[in-house]
Ligand binder design. Sequence first.
Ligand code: ZN
Length: 118
Amino acid sequence: MLVGALNPYPCGYFGDPLKECSCSPTQVSRYSKRISGPMMDRIDIFVEVPRVDYEKRPAPSNGESSADVWRRVQAARDIQQHSFSDTAILNNAEMEPNEVDQLCEVEDSVQSLIQAAV
Ligand SMILES: [Zn+2]
């Protein structure tokens, strides 16, 4: 997975409600050619991220604690250890295609989703 960021225009203010874009058409044209078409073709999702007001930023969340995350990861590791007990591998990342075929059951609904995506 590749995640990247770039300014929409060289000045960085295109579409900004507080500061006007100062780019000339030539600058915009030159800037847009800095990332090649074939590279852009391989990026599937583009998300425009507007300026965030410090005052209006979201409050810190009371999300899951690190200890809870650790317990979830450990539970997943325990499942993998059980699944791979008869093999030389330790975790999902080490699975080869034949192990995926043997150990990973794909539900019909997921199979349909894969088919539609392909
Ligand atoms: Zn600009």
